[in-house]
Design a protein. Structure first.
Length: 242
């Protein structure tokens, strides 16, 4: 994989999410959606105080709850990379007593929607390969289902390290190939050491199954459901900046 593949993936991302942005713009009463596949706990789940707009899609919120079990964002400066239309940042702001929450995304059309619906949150244009341009260090960086758009670019690993304070945490939740063994090595080269990970494939499958039963599953999630039966899995990871 190389920079050319990165450009191809980025182009496909823009085409897909620009269509979503146009749809939201044409429907002013439409609440910006979460863009992740969801997560359901197996057994008991933590007590989460949902806002009125988050409660109907609690399974999309729970992927953040799961990630913050690795490290709490309380009283910390948090950055979400690939924030899309801002629903994840809004959930983090409402659920946790964070010192600050910043969302970055490369798609200006999605950021326009995020700024309109969640004006109390700071949103900036940020490329996952050039996060250092944000000119700020964070205690916690979180990214959900964005790896497809940056892991093929060698500079992306250095980029994530560049915005973390010493001792800060990078939290990732993403689908990936079962054969992938390079991610941790690439991060370690830039001072990000893996300290914990979990295979949460079954948790994500449960959420997709629930969406299928309700008749609200997105086409991309139906495809993922099939992929998870073969060569893909869904992993959450916690890295620390040394």
């Amino acid at each position: 994989m190389n920079a050319n593949e990165y450009e191809i993936r980025r182009k496909l991302s823009f085409e897909s999410y620009n269509r979503l942005a146009n749809l939201i713009e044409k429907n002013p009463r439409m609440v910006p959606p979460f863009l992740n596949s969801g997560f359901l706990y197996i057994g008991s789940q933590p007590d989460v105080q949902y806002s009125y707009i988050d409660k109907p899609v609690f399974d999309n919120c729970l992927i953040y709850t799961h990630l913050f079990e690795y490290v709490s964002p309380e009283n910390k400066e948090v950055l979400e990379v690939g924030c899309g239309p801002g629903r994840g940042c809004n959930f983090i702001k409402n659920q946790y007593n964070v010192k600050s929450i910043t969302g970055c995304d490369i798609n200006d059309n999605l950021l326009k929607i995020a700024k309109k619906h969640f004006p109390l949150i700071k949103f900036v244009n940020g490329n996952a390969v050039k996060l250092n341009l944000l000119n700020k260090l964070f205690d916690v960086v979180v990214t959900v289902e964005t790896m497809l758009y940056w892991d093929c670019h060698k500079d992306s690993f250095k980029s994530f390290a560049s915005v973390l304070k010493e001792g800060g945490s990078l939290l990732i939740a993403s689908d990936m190939r079962q054969s992938d063994i390079t991610l941790d090595k690439n991060f370690l080269q830039h001072g990000l050491r893996l300290v914990a990970e979990q295979d949460i494939t079954q948790n994500v499958l449960l959420a997709i199954e629930q969406a299928i039963n309700k008749g609200v599953a997105a086409e991309k999630d139906l495809k993922k459901y099939q992929m998870f039966q073969t060569k893909y899995r869904y992993i959450s990871k916690h890295y620390i900046r040394e």
